[in-house]
Design a protein around this ligand. Sequence first.
Ligand SMILES: Cc1cc2nc3c(=O)[nH]c(=O)nc-3n(C[C@H](O)[C@H](O)[C@H](O)COP(=O)(O)O)c2cc1C
Length: 374
Amino acid sequence: MKSNYLPLFKEISFKSGVQLKNRIVMAPMTNFSSNEDGTVSDSELRYYERRSGGVGLVVTACVYVSRNGKGFQGEFGSDSDEMIDSLRALASTIKEKGAKAVLQIFHGGRECPPDLVPNGDVVSASAVASEQNPNVVPRALLDSEIEAIIRDFGETTRRAVAAGFDGVEIHGANGYLVQQFFSAHSNTREDRWGGSIDNRLRFPLAVVDEVKRAAAAHAQGPFLVGYRFSPEEATTPGITMEDTFRLVDELAKKDLDYLHVSLQEFWSMPRRGADETKSRIEWIQERAGHLVPIIGVGSIQTPDEAVKALDTGIQLIAIGRELIVEPDWVEKVAEGRESEIKTTLSKDDQDRLVVPTPLWQAIIHTPGWFPIGD
Ligand SMILES: Cc1cc2nc3c(=O)[nH]c(=O)nc-3n(C[C@H](O)[C@H](O)[C@H](O)COP(=O)(O)O)c2cc1C
């Protein structure tokens, strides 16, 4: 291995005691390929098996914690104890290849397609449609329903422990329910869950507390809890960097194992609420990196880019699409074969890359999403 790549291969220990063999994380990626009943399919297991040999940590696709939180066709579930065996198969597939396994736990809120939730009853913080789905106006959750969803996050954490996962990552990013409570765009409530920023923080922080409580109550050994968020929204009103600084300050008090900053472009610049002297990730690292490890992500393809990203001071790098395109990314860097890393795929590569058909269809039919060569 080239010596300048050594920073990528340093071990790291989290507060919980979970240790990783290196700094490369498989980013959470939905694959649309679970069984109709919410169990993990064999093709998904093979897809994870193929990608769990090199990275230190695999964060799974998001899993719905409540039945009315299913956000994608072919998403897997953790909403009942009947799912524990399916979750166990996923955790052990990942761990047998040498990576730590973290379950990304999620509720889709207003982004759930009506045909995936019982009675088409799409719910959110408030009855405000998103710009992506203007025709789906969600129903505002009742106070008691909010409490029930918070408990569902705890129940899923208990199931993740029982299934052998090394931890859970709360999906507070990409516009789904946890973010919907934090955003002034989707949350126009006037009760204790909305209005002031303190009230909009109440749901995300209650989820964190409940997940931490469940982990402490059930895990016998080290079990990590991470939190993923998107630093800004494009809408007005919507989350700004200033809001995010407040979120990060609160999360940093919660003894989390890491914060995972969801970005399409690692080096993207602030839109509102912080100046452009630094990228978003650098602002967040400056704010909280001394308190809690930060994971960065977004269009990192080469080991040189990954090392440059670590030079910001963040502790870990996640790669998503690139690990679909090149399942042996980490192994090739470790063995000094980085020149063999592929950065494009071809339409005939499905079997070679071990990608389930629904994900493959999405990859090749969504223009601009993946680098498709000849
Ligand atoms: C197919 C696909 C599915 C994704 N699903 C999720 C998901 O379930 N949860 C999540 O937090 N992010 C999800 N993302 C976002 C990725 O985790 C990541 O942030 C994004 O792809 C940018 O990183 P990359 O350039 O390394 O792919 C998904 C991305 C892709 C390409």
